[in-house]
Design a protein around this ligand. Structure first.
Ligand SMILES: [Zn+2]
Ligand SMILES: [Zn+2]
Length: 164
């Protein structure tokens, strides 16, 4: 482990989320087994608290990952800062449940082990999106595709550095 000197990444925090979830499940498993015991069942009562504390830790870690992703994206003008996620190839096609996300496009097998929909996008920007009133922002390919479908009277233009 040599990443102690570096700023943690959202991925690192999401790895901690996964570990906390596993630990919570193990505690609940031990609690269930203790409760099944004839004379040791009474020792299980603190484990409900222990599991709840881990649930809170998981939520705090998830929120931290999401805040950090937003901060990192805002810092880097080359990253899309739309506050919800897309499939990089298909745009507004994601579904999320139980802390997982996947693309619903039939030809797409992309999935993510976190709630990508609730996270700041963070994909590289490829297009300028300008609305009918003339205000514009930079967006990734997925968000540009989505904007193209919904914008009325606006334009979606590839950045000069992106030709395809
Ligand atoms: Zn997709
Ligand atoms: Zn985006």
């Amino acid at each position: 482990m040599d990443h102690e000197q570096h700023e943690p990444t959202p991925a690192e925090l999401r790895a901690l989320v996964a570990e906390a979830e596993v630990l919570e499940e193990r505690i609940l498993n031990v609690r269930a087994r203790l409760r099944a015991s004839d004379d040791a069942g009474d020792t299980a009562f603190r484990l409900t608290d222990a599991a709840e504390n881990l649930r809170r830790a998981t939520e705090a870690l998830e929120m931290t990952a999401s805040d950090l992703a937003r901060t990192r994206t805002a810092r880097d003008p080359g990253l899309c800062s739309v506050p919800w996620g897309v499939c990089p190839a298909h745009g507004n096609t994601l579904r999320s449940t139980g802390g997982r996300s996947w693309c619903t496009d039939l030809g797409c097998s992309r999935s993510w082990g976190y709630d990508r929909l609730a996270m700041t996008c963070g994909e590289p920007v490829t297009h300028t999106v300008t609305d009918a009133a003339g205000s514009s922002f930079l967006a990734c390919r997925g968000h540009a595709m989505d904007a193209e479908k919904r914008l009325e009277g606006g334009t979606v233009t590839p950045l000069p550095s992106v030709t395809s």
